[in-house]
Each structure stands twice: as C-alpha cells, then as structure tokens.
Write a protein that binds this ligand. Structure first.
Ligand code: PEP
Ligand code: MN
Length: 337
C-alpha cells in the first residue's frame, strides 16, 4: 500500500509513520517528492493497520497498489527513475547507447572496437566474459581474463562497462570489475541470482526472458529492488513467437507498456531480437521513436570471424552511420542521443 502524506506533513510526522509501519512488520520505502512524500509499505495488509496509520498526524490517504509488483510500479513512484552508470544517466532525456561485441575475444580486438564505438558516440561498453550459450560446446567466454580486458578498456576510453553474470558464485567477482551487471534473458527468473545481483549494489541491466510476459519481467525487477537496489534498467531483447524469419520477435509495444506500468528505464536490444545485422538499424530507430531510454547494440570489428553472434553484429563503420542517423529520430521525439 502507499501512504500519501499531506503536503504540510513535517519530517517528524513522516518518520513517525515509517517507524509505526516497521513495528507492524512492513518494509518501508519513502519517496520524498517536491510537493508531497509518499511511503511505500510492503507486507501483508491488515485492515486494522490501515485504520491506525490513517489516523496518524500528517497522513492524507492510503492507496492500495493493485499490481503484483510494488516497488517497480508506477503506482508507487510516478517520477521516472534515472539509473546512473559511471557518468551516464539512463532514463534521462539523452538516450544512452551501449555498444561492443557479444563476447570478449582478445585484448587487441576489444580495445580497438571500444575506441571505435566511443568515437561514434556510445556511452557504455558491453561485452561478455561469461557467455550463457545454448550449446555446452560453444565458446563460453574468457571469464576473469575477459573482465580484466574490459576493465583496461574502461581505463583507456573512460567509458563504464556492463557485462553479464550467469551464476550466483560469480556475482562478487564480476561486480568487482564492472559498473553494471547484466542478467541475461535465460536467467531472468533465476531468483537467487536476481537477489544476489541486487545485493551487490551495482546497477542491474535486466533482460526480458525469452518467453516472459511483461508482468513476469517486472516481478523479476521486483526481486532486485526488494534486495535493496533501486537501480534497475529493463532491456527488451525480443521474445519467442511463431515467427522464424528473425531470431526472436522484437516486442516494441513493451516500451510504452513498461513506461505506463513502471518508473524504471527501458532500453532495447535490436541485435539479439533480430539475429541479423541487416535489421539492427531500422529497429534501433523504431525503438528510439517508441520512447526507449537507450539501446544495446553488438558491434564487432570482423563479424565473419566472431566467436559469438557474428551474424547480428554491426561493423564499426555501420555503427557510426547508425549513430548519426539516430540523432534526428531522437530530436523528433524530444530527446538527444
Ligand atoms: C548478450 O547480451 O550477449 C546475451 C546473451 O543476451 P540475451 O540474454 O538477451 O540473449
Ligand atoms: Mn550476443
């Protein structure tokens, strides 16, 4: 439930309500607004509790949160969340582009592509050191050596880095290198991993599961937030449908739907959703036009020789052209890129 404090409520009255809620066994999440403060209270709601809270000084109203996700909901927090990753602000008026190869393959290739995507305007570097491959015989990533290469690329370019963690046992190590943890589509409902990623304190990039509904995805975000970490960015990366012409089907309607139901930023991955570099440009533009807060795009210096996801990777020169073209789309919807 949401406890709406009156605009005149004093700090002491707000603190008293929070204390009372805690005594009654609720977890509290105050949101201090310009005009009024609201307190999210998560727990089993009892009628006698609402009555006693409602009678406290400074309380204006109590509103139930109808959605099963509470902390991720727009009902609780109307203002858009901005997630800071290094100097970068995801959810603000500048759409953020994350770029880099699917996997870290070597120091030379990673650093060279990192410099090129920076030059073209990317704000965050991506790359996988632990790869969740469909086949156990496919390249699984360079693991900690890959993380070291990413950290060196951050030193050289000054850009923050995001990388996937696939196992609870690796969360601490991966978090010690990166600026943002990625939870991949295949792990969206790995609840222990979500909690550990949440507890790491690093911002979390939460990809939508292969067959997850938007509600299930927001419930996964709720796991991270309820572990004490508000810094969640959602990533639509295509879902399973009957269509086989593309690797997955990009659900662009998820962007405005998530904007309606949640305060969390949402970005789009046109690479994994299509599986083909040919469609990345069109869908990137579509995503920005739809209101996405950013993009995550795979870029590889030599896609034909990539160890992972070459067919969907843009060459650096094509990425550069796309970045220029995205500028006018962003302006058309009141943003920059
Ligand atoms: C990736 O970003 O490289 C990746 C494996 O993505 P997804 O989890 O969306 O398949
Ligand atoms: Mn990939």
């Amino acid at each position: 439930m949401i406890i709406v404090m009156s605009p005149q409520a004093t700090r002491e009255q707000i603190d008293n309500v929070e204390r009372k809620l805690s005594q009654l066994g609720y977890r509290t999440h105050p949101i201090y607004g310009d005009v009024k403060t609201v307190i999210g209270a998560i727990g089993e709601k009892r009628l006698e509790d609402t009555q006693s809270i409602l009678s406290m000084p400074g309380v204006e109203n109590i509103v139930p949160i109808m959605k099963p996700y509470k902390l991720a909901s727009r009902e609780l927090k109307q203002i858009q969340t901005i997630v800071k990753v290094g100097n970068c602000r995801i959810g603000d008026s500048k759409a953020v582009v994350i770029a880099g190869p699917c996997a870290i393959e070597s120091y030379e290739s990673y650093v060279s592509v990192a410099k090129q995507v920076k030059e073209s305007g990317a704000s965050i570097l991506r790359g996988g050191a632990y790869k969740p491959r469909t086949s156990p015989y496919s390249f699984q990533g360079l693991e900690e050596d890959g993380l070291k290469i990413m950290a060196e690329a951050r030193e050289i370019t000054g850009l923050p880095i995001v990388t996937e963690v696939v196992d609870t046992r690796d969360v601490e190590l991966v978090a010690s290198y990166c600026d943002m943890l990625q939870i991949g589509a295949r792990n969206m409902q790995n609840f222990r991993l979500l909690r550990e990623a949440g507890a790491s304190g690093k911002p979390v990039l939460l990809k939508r599961g292969l067959s997850a509904t938007i509600e299930e995805w927001l419930m996964a975000a709720e796991y991270v937030i309820s572990s004490g970490n508000q810094n969640v960015v959602l990533c639509e990366r295509g879902i399973r449908t009957f269509e086989t012409a593309t690797r997955n089907t990009l659900d662009l309607s998820a962007v405005p739907v998530v904007k309606e139901f949640s305060h969390l930023p949402i970005i789009v991955d046109p690479s994994h959703s299509t599986g083909s570099w040919k469609y990345v440009s069109a869908l990137s533009k579509g995503a920005i036009a739809t209101g996405a807060d950013g993009l995550i795009i795979e870029v590889h210096p030599d896609p034909n020789c990539a160890m992972c996801d070459g067919p969907q990777s843009l060459k650096p020169n094509k990425f550069s052209v796309l970045m220029q073209e995205l500028g006018s789309v962003a302006i058309a919807v009141g943003r920059t890129i």
